[in-house]
Write a protein that binds this ligand. Structure first.
Ligand code: DOR
Length: 436
Protein backbone atom coordinates (compact mmCIF):
# COMPACT_ATOMS: atom_id res chain seq x y z
CA UNK A 1 0.00 0.00 0.00
CA UNK A 2 1.23 3.45 -0.88
CA UNK A 3 -0.33 6.42 0.82
CA UNK A 4 0.32 10.11 0.41
CA UNK A 5 -0.85 12.46 3.16
CA UNK A 6 -1.03 15.89 1.55
CA UNK A 7 -1.09 19.41 2.97
CA UNK A 8 -1.45 18.41 6.63
CA UNK A 9 0.08 20.44 9.43
CA UNK A 10 2.76 18.02 10.67
CA UNK A 11 3.83 18.14 14.32
CA UNK A 12 6.74 15.82 15.06
CA UNK A 13 8.90 17.00 17.96
CA UNK A 14 11.28 14.05 17.47
CA UNK A 15 12.68 15.83 14.41
CA UNK A 16 11.57 19.39 15.06
CA UNK A 17 8.87 19.38 12.37
CA UNK A 18 6.11 21.95 12.95
CA UNK A 19 4.58 23.00 9.65
CA UNK A 20 2.54 22.07 6.59
CA UNK A 21 3.91 19.25 4.48
CA UNK A 22 3.58 15.80 3.00
CA UNK A 23 4.15 12.29 4.23
CA UNK A 24 4.66 9.36 1.93
CA UNK A 25 4.01 5.84 3.21
CA UNK A 26 5.18 2.70 1.49
CA UNK A 27 4.67 -0.83 2.73
CA UNK A 28 3.65 0.37 6.15
CA UNK A 29 6.79 2.46 6.65
CA UNK A 30 7.45 6.19 6.46
CA UNK A 31 9.13 6.67 3.11
CA UNK A 32 9.43 10.42 3.00
CA UNK A 33 8.46 13.45 5.09
CA UNK A 34 8.85 16.99 3.92
CA UNK A 35 7.73 20.38 4.97
CA UNK A 36 6.65 22.83 2.30
CA UNK A 37 9.00 25.43 3.66
CA UNK A 38 11.93 23.20 2.74
CA UNK A 39 11.28 24.21 -0.87
CA UNK A 40 12.89 22.40 -3.82
CA UNK A 41 12.49 18.84 -2.64
CA UNK A 42 8.75 19.12 -3.06
CA UNK A 43 8.89 19.16 -6.86
CA UNK A 44 11.19 16.20 -6.98
CA UNK A 45 8.89 14.13 -4.80
CA UNK A 46 5.78 15.23 -6.68
CA UNK A 47 7.34 14.05 -9.93
CA UNK A 48 7.93 10.73 -8.30
CA UNK A 49 4.39 10.59 -7.01
CA UNK A 50 2.74 11.13 -10.39
CA UNK A 51 4.24 7.98 -11.80
CA UNK A 52 2.70 5.67 -9.26
CA UNK A 53 -0.52 4.59 -7.69
CA UNK A 54 -1.34 6.17 -4.37
CA UNK A 55 -4.12 6.49 -1.99
CA UNK A 56 -4.12 10.22 -1.37
CA UNK A 57 -5.34 11.62 1.93
CA UNK A 58 -5.99 15.33 1.66
CA UNK A 59 -5.20 16.62 5.14
CA UNK A 60 -5.70 20.29 4.33
CA UNK A 61 -6.69 22.03 7.57
CA UNK A 62 -5.87 18.93 9.62
CA UNK A 63 -2.96 18.14 11.97
CA UNK A 64 -0.72 15.13 11.53
CA UNK A 65 0.94 13.61 14.61
CA UNK A 66 3.10 10.55 15.13
CA UNK A 67 0.68 7.86 16.36
CA UNK A 68 -0.10 8.30 20.04
CA UNK A 69 1.48 5.95 22.58
CA UNK A 70 -0.48 5.05 25.71
CA UNK A 71 1.79 3.57 28.35
CA UNK A 72 -1.00 2.68 30.79
CA UNK A 73 -3.92 0.54 29.60
CA UNK A 74 -5.92 -2.35 31.06
CA UNK A 75 -6.75 -4.73 28.22
CA UNK A 76 -8.29 -7.33 30.57
CA UNK A 77 -7.34 -10.35 28.42
CA UNK A 78 -6.68 -13.05 29.53
CA UNK A 79 -9.34 -13.64 32.12
CA UNK A 80 -11.69 -10.67 32.07
CA UNK A 81 -12.82 -10.75 28.45
CA UNK A 82 -16.29 -9.66 29.51
CA UNK A 83 -14.76 -6.24 30.33
CA UNK A 84 -12.43 -5.90 27.32
CA UNK A 85 -10.37 -8.02 24.95
CA UNK A 86 -7.13 -7.36 23.14
CA UNK A 87 -9.21 -6.93 19.99
CA UNK A 88 -11.75 -4.45 21.39
CA UNK A 89 -9.17 -2.58 23.47
CA UNK A 90 -6.86 -2.03 20.50
CA UNK A 91 -9.80 -1.01 18.29
CA UNK A 92 -10.72 1.53 20.98
CA UNK A 93 -7.09 2.67 20.95
CA UNK A 94 -7.00 3.43 17.22
CA UNK A 95 -10.38 5.12 17.51
CA UNK A 96 -8.74 7.33 20.12
CA UNK A 97 -5.73 8.06 17.90
CA UNK A 98 -3.36 5.63 19.64
CA UNK A 99 -1.17 3.30 17.60
CA UNK A 100 0.75 1.71 20.48
CA UNK A 101 -0.22 0.82 24.00
CA UNK A 102 1.20 -0.90 27.03
CA UNK A 103 -1.06 -3.31 28.87
CA UNK A 104 -0.95 -3.67 32.62
CA UNK A 105 -0.51 -7.13 34.14
CA UNK A 106 -3.63 -7.31 36.36
CA UNK A 107 -5.25 -9.98 34.21
CA UNK A 108 -6.27 -13.52 35.19
CA UNK A 109 -3.80 -15.14 35.29
CA UNK A 110 -1.58 -12.18 36.12
CA UNK A 111 1.10 -11.44 33.52
CA UNK A 112 3.86 -12.57 35.87
CA UNK A 113 5.60 -15.10 33.61
CA UNK A 114 6.69 -15.41 30.01
CA UNK A 115 3.84 -17.74 29.03
CA UNK A 116 1.28 -15.03 29.68
CA UNK A 117 3.49 -12.40 28.04
CA UNK A 118 3.79 -14.59 24.94
CA UNK A 119 0.05 -15.21 24.87
CA UNK A 120 -0.64 -11.46 24.91
CA UNK A 121 1.93 -10.76 22.20
CA UNK A 122 0.66 -13.56 19.95
CA UNK A 123 -2.93 -12.48 20.34
CA UNK A 124 -2.04 -8.83 19.75
CA UNK A 125 -0.06 -9.72 16.65
CA UNK A 126 -2.99 -11.68 15.23
CA UNK A 127 -5.94 -9.57 16.35
CA UNK A 128 -4.63 -6.24 17.56
CA UNK A 129 -5.51 -3.11 15.63
CA UNK A 130 -2.45 -1.41 17.15
CA UNK A 131 0.89 -2.41 18.64
CA UNK A 132 0.81 -3.86 22.14
CA UNK A 133 3.73 -3.78 24.57
CA UNK A 134 3.10 -5.83 27.70
CA UNK A 135 4.09 -4.68 31.18
CA UNK A 136 5.01 -7.56 33.45
CA UNK A 137 4.14 -7.87 37.13
CA UNK A 138 6.78 -7.00 39.71
CA UNK A 139 5.60 -9.70 42.10
CA UNK A 140 4.11 -13.13 41.53
CA UNK A 141 0.34 -12.91 41.27
CA UNK A 142 0.72 -9.22 42.19
CA UNK A 143 0.56 -10.47 45.75
CA UNK A 144 3.52 -8.40 46.88
CA UNK A 145 5.29 -11.40 48.39
CA UNK A 146 8.06 -12.47 46.00
CA UNK A 147 9.53 -11.12 42.79
CA UNK A 148 8.12 -12.41 39.52
CA UNK A 149 10.32 -13.82 36.74
CA UNK A 150 11.29 -10.38 35.49
CA UNK A 151 14.26 -11.60 33.42
CA UNK A 152 12.19 -14.18 31.55
CA UNK A 153 9.40 -11.68 30.94
CA UNK A 154 11.88 -9.11 29.67
CA UNK A 155 13.25 -11.71 27.23
CA UNK A 156 9.67 -12.48 26.14
CA UNK A 157 8.97 -8.81 25.38
CA UNK A 158 7.90 -6.92 28.50
CA UNK A 159 8.96 -3.28 28.32
CA UNK A 160 8.46 -2.35 32.00
CA UNK A 161 7.32 -3.85 35.28
CA UNK A 162 4.49 -2.82 37.57
CA UNK A 163 1.97 -4.26 40.01
CA UNK A 164 -0.47 -1.56 38.87
CA UNK A 165 -3.84 -1.81 40.53
CA UNK A 166 -1.90 -2.69 43.66
CA UNK A 167 1.14 -1.08 45.25
CA UNK A 168 4.24 -3.03 46.25
CA UNK A 169 3.87 -2.38 49.96
CA UNK A 170 7.02 -4.29 50.92
CA UNK A 171 9.85 -1.76 50.57
CA UNK A 172 12.53 -4.43 50.37
CA UNK A 173 10.80 -6.07 47.40
CA UNK A 174 10.48 -2.68 45.70
CA UNK A 175 14.18 -2.10 46.33
CA UNK A 176 15.05 -5.48 44.79
CA UNK A 177 12.80 -4.80 41.78
CA UNK A 178 14.52 -1.46 41.14
CA UNK A 179 17.94 -3.09 41.51
CA UNK A 180 17.07 -6.04 39.28
CA UNK A 181 15.47 -3.92 36.57
CA UNK A 182 18.78 -2.10 36.04
CA UNK A 183 20.09 -5.20 34.28
CA UNK A 184 17.50 -4.69 31.55
CA UNK A 185 17.36 -0.90 31.61
CA UNK A 186 13.57 -0.89 31.91
CA UNK A 187 11.49 1.22 34.29
CA UNK A 188 9.64 0.05 37.36
CA UNK A 189 6.21 1.68 37.31
CA UNK A 190 4.89 2.56 40.73
CA UNK A 191 1.20 2.42 41.57
CA UNK A 192 1.81 4.80 44.45
CA UNK A 193 -0.71 4.01 47.16
CA UNK A 194 -0.21 3.20 50.81
CA UNK A 195 -3.06 0.75 51.24
CA UNK A 196 -2.99 1.18 55.01
CA UNK A 197 -3.79 4.85 54.53
CA UNK A 198 -6.29 4.35 51.72
CA UNK A 199 -7.90 1.20 53.15
CA UNK A 200 -11.59 1.09 52.48
CA UNK A 201 -11.61 4.52 50.85
CA UNK A 202 -13.69 5.01 47.74
CA UNK A 203 -13.11 8.68 46.85
CA UNK A 204 -10.92 11.65 47.77
CA UNK A 205 -10.88 12.46 51.47
CA UNK A 206 -12.29 15.93 52.06
CA UNK A 207 -15.46 17.95 52.38
CA UNK A 208 -17.20 16.11 49.54
CA UNK A 209 -16.56 12.66 51.00
CA UNK A 210 -17.75 13.99 54.32
CA UNK A 211 -20.97 15.34 52.87
CA UNK A 212 -21.64 12.16 50.89
CA UNK A 213 -20.84 9.94 53.85
CA UNK A 214 -18.26 8.03 51.83
CA UNK A 215 -14.92 6.87 53.18
CA UNK A 216 -12.08 9.01 51.85
CA UNK A 217 -8.62 8.29 50.46
CA UNK A 218 -6.25 11.03 51.63
CA UNK A 219 -3.75 12.60 49.24
CA UNK A 220 -1.06 11.31 51.60
CA UNK A 221 -1.81 7.71 50.57
CA UNK A 222 -0.27 8.65 47.22
CA UNK A 223 2.34 11.10 48.44
CA UNK A 224 4.07 8.91 51.03
CA UNK A 225 4.52 6.13 48.47
CA UNK A 226 5.83 8.46 45.79
CA UNK A 227 8.35 9.72 48.34
CA UNK A 228 9.29 6.21 49.44
CA UNK A 229 9.83 5.09 45.88
CA UNK A 230 11.92 8.17 45.11
CA UNK A 231 14.13 7.28 48.07
CA UNK A 232 14.46 3.74 46.74
CA UNK A 233 15.35 5.08 43.29
CA UNK A 234 18.06 7.15 44.97
CA UNK A 235 19.31 4.11 46.86
CA UNK A 236 19.38 1.76 43.88
CA UNK A 237 19.85 3.96 40.84
CA UNK A 238 16.95 2.04 39.25
CA UNK A 239 14.58 3.80 36.86
CA UNK A 240 11.33 4.73 38.53
CA UNK A 241 8.16 5.84 36.73
CA UNK A 242 5.25 7.11 38.84
CA UNK A 243 1.86 6.12 37.41
CA UNK A 244 -1.27 8.27 37.47
CA UNK A 245 -0.12 11.22 39.62
CA UNK A 246 -3.23 12.86 41.10
CA UNK A 247 -2.00 15.16 43.88
CA UNK A 248 -0.25 18.51 44.16
CA UNK A 249 2.20 17.12 46.70
CA UNK A 250 2.94 14.18 44.43
CA UNK A 251 3.85 16.60 41.63
CA UNK A 252 6.10 18.51 44.02
CA UNK A 253 7.88 15.33 45.14
CA UNK A 254 8.61 14.34 41.53
CA UNK A 255 9.79 17.87 40.73
CA UNK A 256 12.25 17.80 43.65
CA UNK A 257 13.52 14.35 42.63
CA UNK A 258 14.12 15.52 39.09
CA UNK A 259 15.96 18.61 40.31
CA UNK A 260 18.33 16.27 42.10
CA UNK A 261 18.87 14.38 38.86
CA UNK A 262 17.28 11.14 40.09
CA UNK A 263 16.11 8.66 37.41
CA UNK A 264 12.44 9.43 37.94
CA UNK A 265 9.65 10.06 35.40
CA UNK A 266 5.92 10.50 35.91
CA UNK A 267 2.55 10.36 34.20
CA UNK A 268 -0.89 11.74 34.86
CA UNK A 269 -4.23 10.98 33.18
CA UNK A 270 -6.79 13.24 31.50
CA UNK A 271 -9.33 12.90 34.32
CA UNK A 272 -6.82 14.31 36.82
CA UNK A 273 -6.55 17.63 34.99
CA UNK A 274 -10.20 17.96 33.93
CA UNK A 275 -12.38 16.71 36.82
CA UNK A 276 -12.50 17.20 40.57
CA UNK A 277 -14.06 15.16 43.37
CA UNK A 278 -17.26 17.08 42.66
CA UNK A 279 -17.84 14.71 39.73
CA UNK A 280 -18.61 12.02 42.32
CA UNK A 281 -21.58 13.98 43.76
CA UNK A 282 -24.81 12.10 43.23
CA UNK A 283 -22.83 8.91 43.94
CA UNK A 284 -21.72 8.77 40.31
CA UNK A 285 -19.82 5.52 40.09
CA UNK A 286 -18.51 6.44 36.65
CA UNK A 287 -16.29 8.97 38.43
CA UNK A 288 -14.97 6.34 40.84
CA UNK A 289 -11.34 5.79 40.01
CA UNK A 290 -8.14 4.97 41.83
CA UNK A 291 -6.35 7.21 42.66
CA UNK A 292 -9.49 9.30 43.15
CA UNK A 293 -10.40 12.59 41.50
CA UNK A 294 -9.03 15.35 43.73
CA UNK A 295 -9.45 19.13 44.02
CA UNK A 296 -8.98 22.32 42.01
CA UNK A 297 -5.69 22.90 43.79
CA UNK A 298 -4.44 19.50 42.61
CA UNK A 299 -5.55 20.21 39.04
CA UNK A 300 -3.59 23.47 39.07
CA UNK A 301 -0.48 21.70 40.34
CA UNK A 302 -0.80 18.94 37.75
CA UNK A 303 -1.11 21.50 34.97
CA UNK A 304 1.96 23.27 36.29
CA UNK A 305 3.77 19.93 36.41
CA UNK A 306 2.83 19.20 32.81
CA UNK A 307 3.89 22.63 31.72
CA UNK A 308 7.29 22.68 33.46
CA UNK A 309 8.20 19.10 32.46
CA UNK A 310 7.80 17.51 35.90
CA UNK A 311 5.12 15.25 34.43
CA UNK A 312 6.50 13.61 31.30
CA UNK A 313 3.51 11.67 30.06
CA UNK A 314 -0.26 11.77 29.66
CA UNK A 315 -1.47 8.15 29.81
CA UNK A 316 -5.09 7.06 29.98
CA UNK A 317 -5.21 4.34 32.69
CA UNK A 318 -7.96 2.99 30.42
CA UNK A 319 -9.86 0.76 32.85
CA UNK A 320 -12.94 -0.75 31.18
CA UNK A 321 -15.52 -2.44 33.38
CA UNK A 322 -18.82 -4.22 32.78
CA UNK A 323 -21.92 -2.09 33.38
CA UNK A 324 -22.97 -4.33 36.26
CA UNK A 325 -19.74 -3.42 38.05
CA UNK A 326 -20.65 0.26 37.85
CA UNK A 327 -24.43 0.23 38.18
CA UNK A 328 -24.45 -0.59 41.87
CA UNK A 329 -23.83 1.06 45.25
CA UNK A 330 -20.88 3.45 45.20
CA UNK A 331 -18.97 1.43 47.81
CA UNK A 332 -19.23 -1.75 45.75
CA UNK A 333 -18.53 -0.26 42.32
CA UNK A 334 -15.26 -1.01 40.52
CA UNK A 335 -12.59 1.68 40.28
CA UNK A 336 -11.79 2.85 36.76
CA UNK A 337 -12.56 4.98 33.72
CA UNK A 338 -12.76 3.83 30.10
CA UNK A 339 -10.54 6.61 28.82
CA UNK A 340 -8.76 5.77 25.61
CA UNK A 341 -11.39 7.22 23.24
CA UNK A 342 -11.61 10.62 24.96
CA UNK A 343 -7.96 11.19 25.96
CA UNK A 344 -6.75 13.15 22.96
CA UNK A 345 -9.67 15.60 23.03
CA UNK A 346 -9.14 16.12 26.76
CA UNK A 347 -5.40 16.57 26.18
CA UNK A 348 -6.18 19.26 23.63
CA UNK A 349 -7.90 21.32 26.35
CA UNK A 350 -4.40 21.88 27.74
CA UNK A 351 -3.32 23.40 24.43
CA UNK A 352 -6.37 25.65 24.35
CA UNK A 353 -5.69 26.71 27.96
CA UNK A 354 -2.07 27.56 27.14
CA UNK A 355 -0.68 24.85 29.45
CA UNK A 356 1.07 23.03 26.60
CA UNK A 357 2.02 23.85 23.04
CA UNK A 358 0.87 21.42 20.36
CA UNK A 359 4.38 19.90 20.07
CA UNK A 360 4.38 19.75 23.88
CA UNK A 361 1.19 17.68 23.84
CA UNK A 362 2.65 15.34 21.21
CA UNK A 363 5.67 14.86 23.45
CA UNK A 364 3.48 13.87 26.40
CA UNK A 365 1.21 11.55 24.40
CA UNK A 366 3.66 10.00 21.94
CA UNK A 367 7.38 10.80 22.07
CA UNK A 368 8.02 10.74 25.84
CA UNK A 369 6.29 7.43 26.59
CA UNK A 370 8.19 5.85 23.68
CA UNK A 371 11.47 7.19 25.05
CA UNK A 372 10.76 6.09 28.62
CA UNK A 373 9.96 2.59 27.39
CA UNK A 374 12.76 2.57 24.86
CA UNK A 375 10.48 1.52 22.00
CA UNK A 376 10.79 2.68 18.38
CA UNK A 377 7.59 4.67 18.35
CA UNK A 378 6.52 8.29 18.77
CA UNK A 379 8.22 9.55 15.62
CA UNK A 380 7.61 10.13 11.92
CA UNK A 381 11.24 9.52 10.98
CA UNK A 382 11.89 7.92 7.61
CA UNK A 383 12.13 4.14 7.86
CA UNK A 384 9.95 3.82 10.98
CA UNK A 385 6.50 2.20 11.11
CA UNK A 386 3.87 4.46 9.57
CA UNK A 387 1.92 5.02 12.81
CA UNK A 388 0.07 8.26 12.19
CA UNK A 389 -2.80 10.17 13.76
CA UNK A 390 -4.62 12.87 11.80
CA UNK A 391 -6.62 15.32 13.86
CA UNK A 392 -9.36 17.84 13.16
CA UNK A 393 -8.67 20.31 15.96
CA UNK A 394 -11.95 22.16 15.52
CA UNK A 395 -14.33 19.25 15.25
CA UNK A 396 -16.81 19.23 18.11
CA UNK A 397 -18.29 15.91 19.14
CA UNK A 398 -20.49 14.55 21.89
CA UNK A 399 -19.23 11.75 24.11
CA UNK A 400 -21.66 8.90 23.57
CA UNK A 401 -20.28 5.79 25.24
CA UNK A 402 -22.50 3.49 23.21
CA UNK A 403 -20.36 4.48 20.23
CA UNK A 404 -17.14 3.41 21.97
CA UNK A 405 -15.27 0.54 20.40
CA UNK A 406 -14.26 -0.39 23.95
CA UNK A 407 -16.54 -2.77 25.79
CA UNK A 408 -16.14 -0.40 28.75
CA UNK A 409 -18.75 2.34 28.54
CA UNK A 410 -17.77 3.67 31.98
CA UNK A 411 -16.94 7.30 31.35
CA UNK A 412 -17.68 10.31 33.55
CA UNK A 413 -17.50 12.43 30.36
CA UNK A 414 -20.76 11.04 28.95
CA UNK A 415 -22.68 13.84 27.26
CA UNK A 416 -19.72 16.25 27.27
CA UNK A 417 -19.12 18.17 24.06
CA UNK A 418 -15.40 17.87 23.35
CA UNK A 419 -13.36 19.63 20.71
CA UNK A 420 -10.77 17.96 18.50
CA UNK A 421 -11.13 14.52 16.99
CA UNK A 422 -8.64 11.97 15.64
CA UNK A 423 -10.38 11.61 12.28
CA UNK A 424 -7.87 9.19 10.77
CA UNK A 425 -5.49 6.77 12.46
CA UNK A 426 -3.03 4.76 10.40
CA UNK A 427 -1.54 1.67 11.98
CA UNK A 428 -0.24 -1.72 10.85
CA UNK A 429 -0.94 -0.73 7.26
CA UNK A 430 -4.62 0.01 7.88
CA UNK A 431 -6.49 3.29 7.78
CA UNK A 432 -9.15 3.85 10.44
CA UNK A 433 -11.60 6.70 10.03
CA UNK A 434 -13.75 8.27 12.71
CA UNK A 435 -16.34 11.02 12.31
CA UNK A 436 -17.82 11.31 15.79
O1 DOR B 1 -9.15 2.98 38.75
C1 DOR B 1 -8.35 2.08 38.57
N1 DOR B 1 -8.69 0.98 37.86
N2 DOR B 1 -7.13 2.17 39.11
C2 DOR B 1 -6.26 1.16 39.10
O2 DOR B 1 -5.17 1.31 39.59
C3 DOR B 1 -6.63 -0.14 38.49
C4 DOR B 1 -7.71 0.04 37.49
C5 DOR B 1 -8.34 -1.26 37.06
O3 DOR B 1 -7.62 -2.23 36.79
O4 DOR B 1 -9.56 -1.29 36.95
Amino acid sequence: MKVLIKNGYIVDPSQGIDGVGEILIEEGKIKEVREHRSGGRRDKAEGLLLEEEFKVIDATGLYVFPGLVDMHVHLREPGFEYKETIKTGTLAAVRGGFTSLCCMPNTKPVNDNETVTEFILRKAYAEGACYVFPIGAITKGQRGEELAEMGMMYEAGCVAFSDDGMPVMNSLLMRRALEYSKRFGVPIISHAEDINLSAGGVMNEGMVSLSLGLRGIPAEAEVVMIKRDIELARLTGGRLHIAHVSTAEGVRAVRDAKKEGLPVTAETCPHYFTLTEDAVRGYKTKAKVNPPLRTDKDIEAIKEGLSDGTIDVIATDHAPHHRDEKICEFDRAAFGISGIETALSLGLTLVRDGVLSLPGLVEKMSLNPARILNIRKGTLKVGEDADITIIDLNKKWKVEPERFASKGKNTPFEGFILEGLPVITICKGKIYERDN
